[in-house]
Design a protein around this ligand. Structure first.
Ligand SMILES: Cc1cc2nc3c(=O)[nH]c(=O)nc-3n(C[C@H](O)[C@H](O)[C@H](O)COP(=O)(O)OP(=O)(O)OC[C@H]3O[C@@H](n4cnc5c(N)ncnc54)[C@H](O)[C@@H]3O)c2cc1C
Length: 401
């Protein structure tokens, strides 16, 4: 039995996954192996991946996992999402996965939760079906962790909203057909932000030049400009000036999805390292015949298993609609931090080959670096878990991203 088959078989031992989840996992796994894994290097070199992949992923049900059939979804649960993320590691291509994650778990759930029927018809269903690509626009050049500091304004002008400002680091930003956009609608710091469904074919909207990144090279990460863009007021998503609070709640789903993705790529790193270490000969024996490596990987497998239970505990609470801010925050903090050490050591086993683009391990190591930064930095996770004293917190007008 191949290492990865063994790991997949072990996973089925978890009590939460049903036959339906397993079928879904197997379908996504096949898609990743057959249609993506072999192309990752070429797409990285081209700094892009094909837009059609969104449609293919949608046809397999990746974007409608927890969405009602009325809007094109299959109405499964968070365990189905866990099965999907677990399978997505076989892309060997974190760049691709972040774009799919933005569609599946950063934008679609917000519209599903807050949208009116007409908004769901226009934005949700086409996104679930992969006909429209979505992005989430929160961060700006001057505001990342401190979401309430955003400066992009959406001013009411008659029946329209006039939007001016900038967004930075927006995944899928250049290819998006629409953006779930956070913008200021009043001067109040936290009570002055609204969410807006922003179609990108509007006059005054433009995309800046490509951002040169250390990793996630093929992923579209954009700098967006809004110069008096006019859109109908009916594109306001949810209640006016409630956007900050919607985002804070929604970020739990984003962080849970991120934890699942990171967990999945830690598993992949271990699979790749074990496979390589079993065949590469050094000084007349396999690399893994050196006890130092067997012990190192044993420690990492143990830590990743502990991380899995932390993530699954958070997921179980979210899945049952229970409060889970602490658990989700811990899961995001722990997995993203652990991933740095796991991927580093797994790459080390490959020696010089690990440092080339021929093997996926280098790409995974490099791309996992993002996750102590994106979806809320590790420092912010710690601030959520251990906030300053109440008196200071009031003075500083928390919360933060
Ligand atoms: C590849 C990529 C994709 C992204 N995709 C998106 C996207 O799709 N949509 C989107 O809206 N954003 C996106 N982001 C932005 C991301 O969410 C932000 O980069 C992140 O929230 C951090 O914000 P910042 O970069 O402005 O850092 P800052 O907020 O300026 O923080 C700088 C440093 O200060 C630390 N810090 C901040 N506050 C504290 C504190 N109280 N105590 C101690 N340390 C602190 C931070 O942890 C960090 O180390 C993406 C970023 C990247 C790199």
């Amino acid at each position: 039995m191949m290492v990865e088959e063994k790991v997949a078989a072990d996973r089925r031992e978890y009590p939460y996954f049903t036959e339906e989840h397993e079928l879904f996992r197997a379908t996504i796994q096949r898609f990743c192996r057959d249609e993506i894994a072999g192309h990752a290097k070429d797409w990285e070199e081209a700094h892009a991946y094909p837009r059609e992949l969104f449609k293919k992923a949608a046809d397999l049900g990746l974007f409608g996992i927890r969405i009602a059939p009325e809007w094109g979804g299959s109405e499964m649960d968070w365990w189905a999402s866990a099965a999907a993320y677990d399978a997505l590691r076989y892309t060997d291509f974190p760049s691709l996965n972040i774009g799919l994650m933005v569609q599946a778990d950063l934008t679609i759930p917000l519209i599903d939760k807050l949208g009116r029927a007409d908004q769901k018809r226009e934005f949700l269903k086409p996104a679930v079906l992969g006909d429209r690509i979505a992005a989430l626009g929160i961060s700006e050049p001057e505001c990342g962790s401190d979401v309430a500091a955003m400066r992009t304004w959406a001013r009411e002008v008659g029946d329209e909203l006039a939007i001016s400002g900038q967004k930075l680091w927006i995944t899928n930003g250049a290819i998006a057909d629409f953006i779930v956009l956070a913008a200021r609608t009043s001067k109040s710091r936290h009570r002055g932000i609204s969410l807006i469904l922003f179609p990108t074919d509007v006059k005054g909207f433009s995309v800046g030049g490509r951002i040169g990144k250390v990793g996630h090279v093929a992923s579209d990460t954009a700098h967006l400009f809004f110069d008096d863009c006019r859109i109908p007021k009916r594109y306001l998503l949810g209640r006016r000036n409630r956007g900050f609070y919607y985002l804070m709640e929604h970020l739990q789903g984003e962080r849970l999805a991120t934890s699942l993705l990171v967990l999945s790529f830690m598993d992949r790193s271990l699979e790749l390292a074990i496979e390589y270490g079993k065949q590469r000969m050094v000084f007349g024996r396999h690399v893994l015949d050196n006890q130092v490596w067997r012990h190192k990987l044993a420690e990492h497998r143990t830590s990743v298993e502990a991380a899995r239970w932390l993530v699954y505990r958070a997921l179980d609470l979210v899945n049952r609609g229970r409060p889970a801010v602490e658990e989700v925050t811990m899961a995001k903090l722990f997995t993203s931090d652990l991933a740095q050490r796991v991927a580093y050591d797994c790459m080390q086993i490959f020696g010089g080959f690990g440092y080339t683009t021929e093997y996926p391990i280098g790409r995974i190591w490099r791309d996992l670096r993002l996750y102590t930064i994106g979806a809320g930095t590790s420092e912010i996770m710690k601030e959520i878990l251990m906030p300053p004293s109440e008196r200071r917190a009031r003075r500083r007008d928390t919360p933060r991203r």
